[in-house]
Design a binder for this molecule. Structure first.
Ligand code: CMP
Length: 140
């Protein structure tokens, strides 16, 4: 399997509860390497742009409000099949449906405040990584 990179975001509900390190441990224990990481407070414009694909969804406004409500940790995770692997480690979008041992089962609160975001395809991973990081910020 090829080594890939994926964009991960530890969301405001998780940073508020100070579980960034515990979530990072699940990524690392799951075989992924954190090759870039930055704690930021997203502006409304950044959150709207990042989630523009969901602009027509009923939850878009609430999602933007939530993602700007506190700090997030944006990160690039690297490893074999990192995009799919990270989605396994995160678990289902809705924590109520997430498997035992996943990040969202352990730390997600509900379908919106679900602790983490991860890219869903190689194409989106490339776009999402470039949204937050320059090539020189990523050190594998
Ligand atoms: P994420 O993986 O970041 O992709 C889009 C986000 O929208 C998702 O995680 C949730 O935070 C949020 N989301 C998805 N579905 C719903 C929903 N039905 N209601 C509210 N928020 C949602």
């Amino acid at each position: 399997m090829a080594v890939e990179r994926t964009l991960s975001i530890i969301k405001p509900d998780a940073t508020a509860r100070n579980v960034t390190g515990k979530i990072n441990a699940l990524f690392e224990d799951g075989g992924l390497r954190i090759v870039a990481q930055r704690r930021v407070r997203l502006t409304q414009e950044q959150a709207e742009k990042f989630y523009a694909v969901h602009a027509e969804r009923a939850f878009y406004g609430e999602l933007v409000d939530y993602m700007t409500s506190g700090p997030v940790v944006v990160q690039v995770l690297e490893g074999e099949g990192a995009i799919a692997r990270n989605r396994e480690i995160m678990g289902a979008t809705n924590p109520a449906n997430a498997d035992e041992g996943t990040v969202r089962k352990a730390f997600g609160l509900n379908v919106q405040e679900n602790a983490v975001h991860g890219s869903d395809s190689p194409e989106n991973a490339a776009i999402e990584i470039a949204f937050f990081f320059a090539g020189c910020d990523i050190v594998g």
